[in-house]
Design a binder for this molecule. Structure first.
Ligand code: CP3
Length: 340
């Protein structure tokens, strides 16, 4: 039994004494203890080593008092599972030296080797679970197939992922083959996380909003739907679809328990589109760079705009590395002290 199960009860649409709160990318560089570990261990060393992954995942729970932990890993491990070399470089983000551009490169991708390549995920996830001592739930995750395709084809981060989109428009069949393989590997990876004890899953469709509504229906939604269907009977699923305000109604139909919103979406609009679905979000991460009283006021306005129940407090995207720790704490404390 989990002692603080506010997040899970909210995902089940139960009445709770207050709104649960956590941050996307909460295990990261705004924490001094995390920065210290970066000096000694490379990114994937931190992901693959059970003690390091556990220490990092637990940091925000201990230091900020958030209502959930998230597994320390990255969405790009699924590209590695498929056989693609990925590096994460300081100041540059993910780099894929040989981006996927043709059928030959897609044919050799091997989703059936996911369990072998990502074998470390079982002991690392178990180590995180053990370190949490059932204080709060553990969120597992993966990226959406579309968001993974963006990095695998573009080869790096981008403002518009134009090479990735161009690839899909020029070679729709190949794009479909690639998305199918990413989908299969993602399901296998999430099933490993479930086996190892995660309580909730979140799928990050961070670049869904780069697609037109009709392309979203072709290139992202069907694959998200497949993943949700494969796992939703085991644990509740949160879909974070940044910039996808136009797809809220369709996202509801996937069977996910909650949808994560970015800060451009008005809660009242989301309620209209997604009905009684649980909503997560959606303070602008940059607000946390402002003065503490501004953070507090904006957090209260956000809570009021969502209203009582069926809401998980979070930012509209990941917490920024330059966020003052004290302001992250103000956000958490404001949510925890607020009552309707
Ligand atoms: O705290 C957590 O949320 C758990 C760990 C986590 C990481 N990445 C660790 C990480 C999670 C959930 C992610 C998800 C992720 N990774 C997404 C989706 C969420 C989002 O922010 O949109 C995406 C698009 C990626 C790909 C990725 N990984 C990028 C773009 C970067 C570089 C940008 C940056 O923040 O530097 C990474 C590297 C990465 N993944 C870091 C962390 C903590 C920073 C590198 C480091 O600490 O050395």
């Amino acid at each position: 039994m989990i002692k603080n199960d506010l997040l899970i009860r909210t995902l089940r649409k139960e009445q709770t004494e207050r709104t649960p709160v956590w941050f996307m990318r909460q295990a990261g560089r705004y924490l001094a203890d995390y920065r210290a570990l970066r000096e000694k261990h490379s990114f994937f060393e931190r992901v693959r080593n059970p003690e390091l992954a556990a220490a990092i995942s637990v940091m925000p729970v201990k230091q900020l008092g958030v209502d959930a932990a998230i597994l320390f890993s990255d969405i790009l491990v699924v590209a590695q599972a498929l056989g693609v070399d990925v590096e994460i470089l300081e100041g540059k983000g993910p780099i894929i030296a040989e981006p996927i551009r043709n059928q030959k490169q897609i044919v050799v991708l091997h989703p059936e080797e996911t369990e072998e390549v990502l074998a470390y995920a079982i002991p690392t996830t178990r180590a995180v679970k053990d370190s949490l001592e059932n204080e709060v739930p553990l969120i597992g995750f993966c990226g959406s197939p579309w968001t993974l395709l963006c990095y695998m084809v573009e080869g790096k981060g981008s403002r518009d992922f134009s090479k990735a989109k161009q690839f899909c428009y020029q070679h729709p069949d190949l794009a479909g083959q690639l998305l199918d393989k990413i989908t299969e590997s993602s399901i296998r990876y999430l099933q490993m996380q479930i086996t190892a004890g995660v309580d909730v899953l979140q799928i990050f469709d961070s670049w869904g909003g780069l697609l037109s509504p009709s392309d979203y229906k072709k290139l992202s939604l069907p694959y998200l739907g497949k993943i949700v269907k494969a796992v939703e009977s085991f644990v509740p699923v949160i879909l974070f679809a940044k910039g996808c305000w136009y797809a809220l109604e369709a996202l509801k139909e996937t069977g996910a328990s909650a949808v994560g919103l970015d800060w451009t979406i008005q809660p009242a609009f989301a309620r209209m589109a997604a009905g009684e679905m649980v909503l997560q979000g959606n303070l602008d991460p940059v607000v946390l760079l402002g003065p503490a009283n501004y953070v507090e006021n904006e957090t209260i306005s956000m809570l009021r705009a969502f209203g009582k129940g069926n809401h998980i407090a979070n930012l509209g995207h990941g917490v920024l590395p330059e966020t003052p720790f004290e302001n992250a704490k103000v956000f958490v404390e404001t949510v925890k002290n607020f009552r309707f």
